[in-house]
Design a binder for this molecule. Structure first.
Ligand code: SF4
Length: 237
């Protein structure tokens, strides 16, 4: 807010800025369901063997934070990161992937430590967390549109229970309001990336056909200025 602006003027300006963003098209918006139950029966399965790859910019962000983060890591993960760093030699999408120690991402310790630091520092869990983790379970379709990962949809191979559309009745577009807003901002900036769990990156002709069939039901999500307030309220995972 500028010094000359009233709170109302400032809010209107924010509203205008948000509404000028492009809509996000989610091709399976009509049918996808999703509900994160971290802490209610799930202890963070999506971070088990979680190996997101990190852009150079994301690495710089974590490098600047690392000294503070180290004491919060699991002892085994802390020892490995202190000796060998948090990146492995494996690459995905041309970028190095996070290390896994004892079956879990090095940054997992009763939830994502990067998530917790983002909340603590900025009330915004997206600040330090890899974008591939923040976007989950949304995925770029490859043509500017997006989809929600679901079992049996576009060749989804991950058997994670929360990707089962029968696991929840909550419409994904409702439960994923924060992720949708995040992906919209990525799309606006032209920096969208793909997922962290080795799902097919190339849409085959078969799935292309499937996607074409459902294109008619694609729904565009325009920015909801109130959703931006939810950024800091998501549970830690
Ligand atoms: S959410 Fe955090 S702990 Fe989980 S895979 Fe991503 S960086 Fe690792």
């Amino acid at each position: 807010m500028s010094l000359n602006q009233s709170p109302v003027e400032s809010r209107l300006q924010t509203h205008t800025e948000i509404m000028s963003r492009k809509a996000l098209t989610i091709i399976n918006a009509d049918t996808a369901t999703f509900e994160c139950i971290y802490g209610r029966g799930c202890e963070g399965k999506c971070c088990q063997n979680g190996r997101p790859s990190l852009s150079a910019a994301e690495q710089r962000i974590i490098n600047a934070l690392l000294e503070r983060v180290l004491p919060a890591l699991r002892p085994a993960a802390r020892a490995v990161v202190a000796q060998q760093g948090y990146l492995s030699r494996r690459k995905k999408l041309g970028q190095p992937m996070l290390r896994v120690v004892e079956g879990w991402c090095v940054f997992f310790h009763n939830g994502c430590v990067l998530h917790q630091f983002g909340l603590s520092d900025f009330n915004d869990y997206t600040r330090y967390k890899p974008s591939q983790c923040v976007m989950f379970p949304l995925e770029p379709f490859g043509d500017g549109r997006w989809y929600v990962r679901q079992h049996g949809y576009l060749g989804e191979r991950w058997d994670l229970f929360c990707l089962n559309p029968h696991a929840s009745q909550v419409p994904a577009v409702q439960s994923l309001a924060t992720e949708i807003d995040y992906c919209r901002r990525l799309s606006d900036s032209g920096t969208e990336t793909t997922d962290r769990n080795d799902a097919p990156k190339t849409i085959t002709s078969t799935t292309d056909d499937a996607a074409r069939k459902i294109t008619d039901s694609a729904v565009e999500f325009l920015p909801d200025p109130l959703d931006t307030a939810k950024l800091g309220t998501k549970i830690v995972r």
